[in-house]
Design a protein around this ligand. Structure first.
Ligand SMILES: Nc1ncnc2c1ncn2[C@@H]1O[C@H](COP(=O)(O)OP(=O)(O)OP(=O)(O)O)[C@@H](O)[C@H]1O
Ligand SMILES: [Mg+2]
Length: 370
């Protein structure tokens, strides 16, 4: 918090420190007209710094009197005044629940307002829990898959030898079952171990990845379901494992297609992929200045309520034929890129959002891995 404050110029310059904060910061005059807004406030309130400057704070506060009371109390007591669970509205009329703190900036006749979205607290806590759980699951499954895979090879080999020795054709039916089931299990184990195979990082264009996924989805499911593309083509390239990203996105798109096909009465069934840039976001206890967001949206029946909270856990499935590994695998593959997947689902609209930080610290190793 700024303690001693010099008298500001009429329009505030951009402050290095405030520009990097993830909480929204506004500086307004004694008459509550806005003089400065940091990028996090621009994103939260869906308005640019230049548009906001000169506007009165009542633009955002549904209960403006409450805000005025908080500000005047801060001025009177010469200390920060805090209010929890206050509803504000963005420029686009979106209602947000925030905790805000108002401080009177000494003798400069300005107020400094800090705002943190309430659901952001909850979201960060939930993400942290999910991340820990996911790591534990991944370790458990990897160890288990290794333990199962080794004897499986022996089992299959022995069944093959036995098959050669068997005189009766009828008995071969049994060894064939052993071999087929061993192969099925082997496949499952390979799926579980996939995220642990050495990644091959190279400069990656997210739209090339999505276009490849689109090709695969259309060839698997036909063009009966519309595949809508809404790309921000200005998104930068980043370092990533192209094949692993294709696998992750394919698993999510496949699920959406399966859900759409299952509910045959959906009007104009469609799968939409939206790409956008994100700024100043926090997850997994890290702050990222720039990231790519990919929303995979379908208008199908929505994720079944009983599995909504555990959908990213391995072996959780709502399909009779599903193994329940698709999303857990996708989550692990996106984690390799320091990213994360979240879900918002209701009947008629399901959105899987993938966030991929641009500066993810990964190093190109393509030559090494090949
Ligand atoms: N877009 C969606 N709409 C509705 N339900 C979904 C959607 N995506 C996932 N689900 C539900 O989540 C479950 C888990 O998905 P996941 O991909 O992890 O496993 P699966 O598809 O059942 O099996 P696998 O992908 O391993 O073959 C699905 O079975 C389905 O019930
Ligand atoms: Mg699946």
């Amino acid at each position: 918090m700024v303690k001693k404050y010099m008298a500001p110029p009429k329009i505030f310059p951009k402050f290095e420190g405030l520009e990097h904060l993830t909480s929204a910061v506004i500086i307004c005059s004694e008459r509550f007209s806005i003089d400065y807004m940091n990028p996090s406030a621009e994103i939260m309130l869906e308005i640019s710094h230049d548009q906001a400057c000169g506007q009165v704070m009542s633009l955002f506060f549904e209960e403006f009197d409450l805000f005025k009371h908080a500000a005047l109390s801060a001025k009177k007591s010469q200390s920060a005044f805090r209010e929890n669970e206050v509803f504000i509205r963005s420029k686009q009329n979106k209602t947000l629940c925030v905790t805000f703190t108002v401080s009177w900036l000494g003798n400069s006749d300005y107020y400094l307002i800090e705002m943190i979205q309430m659901d952001q607290h909850l979201r960060i806590a939930k993400e942290e829990r999910m991340f820990i759980q996911q790591q534990a699951n991944a370790d458990l499954l990897r160890n288990l898959a290794h333990e199962i895979r080794n004897p499986l090879g022996g089992l299959r080999g022995a069944a093959q030898l036995l098959e050669k020795e068997l005189a009766s054709k009828n008995l071969k039916e049994y060894t064939e079952i052993i071999i087929a089931e061993a192969d099925r299990l082997q496949n499952l184990m390979s799926k579980l171990l996939t995220p642990h195979q050495l990644p091959s990082y190279d400069t990656t264009n997210i739209h090339e990845v999505i276009e490849r996924v689109r090709g695969l989805v259309v060839s698997e499911f036909g063009s009966e379901i519309e595949f809508v593309r809404d790309y921000d083509i200005s998104l930068p390239e980043f370092v990533g494992d192209r094949e692993k990203l294709i696998q992750a996105l394919l698993n999510i798109c496949r699920n959406a297609m399966q859900a759409l096909l299952k509910q045959s009465d959906t009007e104009n069934p469609s799968l939409k992929v939206v790409t956008r840039s994100e700024r100043q976001i926090v997850f997994n206890k890290k702050k990222h200045s720039a990231a790519i967001r990919i929303d995979i949206v379908d208008n199908g029946p929505g994720v079944p309520e009983p599995i909504k909270d555990t959908i990213f856990y391995p072996l959780v499935s709502g399909n009779d034929e599903g193994t329940g590994l698709g999303l857990s695998l996708a989550q692990n593959l996106i984690s390799l890129h320091q990213g994360m997947i979240s879900l918002h689902s209701e009947p008629g609209r399901t959105v899987f959002s993938i966030i991929l930080p641009i500066n993810n610290g990964l190093i190109i190793n393509k030559e090494v891995a090949q």
